[in-house]
Design a protein around this ligand. Structure first.
Ligand code: PLP
Length: 398
């Protein structure tokens, strides 16, 4: 049978692999050799599952959104990752990787962050588990995500502003990799999405796969069958989408719809629609689709949503697009803003701007009345209130 899962060499089709400096070979190889054994062990599963339940608050609800269902002519469920502790799906991954780091005898945790959500999740789990925590963050992001910087500091993390390049996520990631090269023995690098060298994309997908495991059980309870007709999620690096689709990847009864950030429009030069605009290349240790110019220089992405503003994408998702297993839609800033206001007014749920891109894809798909659709709300909108108020969609301005 055809599979969209990773192969034994760490590739999804032509995408993935581990393209890393010599000095990191041992660390990445140590991780590769251990992650499946640890993640599949009873001891890890027991501790991970009990933290997901009692600390994160899982299972997250599968909520039947009646008014939104009526609006789009289908049965629409929302998978409520916004209700997790710290407000998004990222905590699932942070807990899993830091439990793994402890089992590998590492005491020092480093991470990169863009908007600060992964930094906050990592700092939170480091506080819980009494680990040293250093977060690399571009200086531009430090300035525009001040509240998250203060949260990380309150949690006891050291935030190191990065002044190289455009001073955003890509530069913070480079700096975190440099730190790892300097401290390969005692340091564990927590990557926040399904990106980076093998085994990170597969490891993060497995840690987030609790989302689709729960969807199966919850759909069975609500609908008497354990699969939907459509799964929908937004894609930055791809971790909430990977978690949403993991247990359905090879079940072709299920349509997969991925929403990437169109920015001001994919032909404006102000976009982060990597799958639409990217070409194969190497970024942060993986071969995947990369936004780049004719000389192979990575081009600066743009999105109103900091969490989707990345010039690469997970190799799993690049392959799903290349093989047409997934339908990938670019959703613009304005479409996302309108979708966020719509969810807020119809269901009383203020979504994260990232999640609003998944909601913005609803109007681009033609559903049949009998279709069951599950859309993941990856996070809550508290962090985005200022952006929402400063960018009222044109339809609401009158
Ligand atoms: C970080 C983030 C994203 C994008 O990351 P993925 O790895 O693509 O899931 C999406 N939604 C929220 C709320 C985020 O914080």
């Amino acid at each position: 049978m055809r599979t969209y899962q990773i192969n034994s060499e760490g590739y999804y089709g032509e995408f993935g692999g581990a393209y890393i400096p010599e000095i990191l070979h041992r660390c990445v190889e140590e991780l590769r050799a251990n992650y499946r054994r640890v993640l599949d062990s009873d001891d890890f599963k027991t501790e991970f599952d009990s933290l997901l339940r009692d600390y994160v608050g899982r299972p997250s609800p599968l909520y039947l959104a009646r008014r939104l269902s009526e609006r789009y002519g289908c049965t629409l469920y929302l998978k409520r990752e916004d209700l997790n502790h710290t407000g998004a799906h990222k905590i699932n991954n942070a807990i899993g990787q830091i439990l793994l780091a402890r089992r590998m005898g590492k005491r020092r945790i480093i991470a990169e962050t863009g908007a600060g959500q992964h930094g906050v999740a990592t700092a939170t789990v480091c506080a819980l588990m009494d680990m040293e925590c250093i977060i690399y963050m571009g200086k531009t992001d430090v300035d525009r995500q001040h509240v998250n910087v203060e949260r990380m500091k309150m949690l006891g993390a050291e935030v190191r502003p990065v002044t190289a390049g455009n001073m955003t996520l890509k530069d913070a990631t480079n700096e975190a990799i440099r730190d790892w090269c300097r401290h390969p023995a005692d340091t564990y690098y927590v990557i926040g999405s399904t990106v980076g060298p093998h085994p990170y994309p597969d490891m993060v997908a497995r840690l987030q796969s609790v989302i689709s495991r729960e969807i199966k059980a919850q759909l069975l309870e609500h609908e008497g069958r354990d699969y939907p007709d459509y799964l929908m999620a937004c894609v930055g690096g791809g971790s909430n989408a990977a978690g949403t689709i993991f247990h359905y990847l090879d079940d072709e009864r299920v349509h997969i719809v991925l929403a990437e950030a169109g920015g001001k429009g994919t032909d404006t030069g102000l976009s982060a629609a990597t799958i639409r605009l990217g070409r194969p290349g190497i970024i942060h240790g993986a071969r995947t689709l990369v936004m780049q110019d004719e000389d192979g220089q990575i081009t600066e992405p743009y999105s109103i949503s900091a969490g989707l503003d990345y010039p690469g994408v997970g190799p799993l998702h690049a392959n799903l697009a290349a093989t047409r297993r997934a339908q990938v839609l670019a959703v613009t800033d304005d479409e996302a803003l309108r979708a966020a206001y719509e969810l807020t007014r119809l269901e009383g749920i203020i979504p994260a701007l990232e999640s609003a891109h998944a909601l913005g894809a609803l109007s681009k798909v033609h559903f049949r009345p009998s279709d069951i659709v599950v859309l993941t709300v990856s996070g809550r909108g508290d962090k985005d209130i200022e952006t929402y108020l400063n960018n009222l969609p044109t339809t609401l301005q009158a």
